[in-house]
Design a protein around this ligand. Structure first.
Ligand code: FES
Length: 137
């Protein structure tokens, strides 16, 4: 176990609602991407709930890389951070999840495509709140 609550190997990128920030996360664009739903170990902490802005989200560069969102206060959702277009790691979250490789945008609520070129949603990741942490369900 590493760090507080097992978070030592994760790198957090907090992006407040309404902001646009280029985030230097690792990611590579390649050909068409088959993206399946990632899932961590049940109960494994992903991010402190307080780090997830209401109406926004955070990109957590772990294994698996996920985007945790809070579309409404107290409602947490998570998705694969790997873009379904060509496999870049999504780059930021404003009022939507953004992949700046080719500017696809996805909803905070269900990962659906708002605008392409991606034509598949970000796969959902099952999460829950455990105390003050968002954890894999
Ligand atoms: S990889 Fe092309 S928009 Fe994300």
């Amino acid at each position: 176990m590493s760090g507080v609550g097992g978070l030592g190997r994760r790198r957090f990128v907090q992006v407040a609602a309404g902001t646009t920030v280029m985030v230097p996360l690792l990611g590579a664009c390649g050909g068409e991407e088959e993206v399946s739903a990632p899932q961590g170990a049940r109960g494994e902490a992903i991010v402190p709930a307080a780090e997830v802005p209401v109406g926004g989200g955070v990109i957590v560069d772990g294994d698996p890389a996920v985007v945790v969102t809070q579309p409404e206060e107290g409602t947490f959702k998570a998705f694969s951070a790997i873009c379904t277009h060509q496999g870049c790691t999504v780059t930021n979250v404003d009022t939507e999840i953004v992949c700046q490789c080719h500017m696809s945008r996805f909803t905070l609520t269900d990962g659906a495509v708002v605008s392409g070129p991606a034509d598949e949603p970000l796969p959902s990741v099952e999460v829950m709140l455990d105390g003050d942490q968002v954890v894999f369900a």
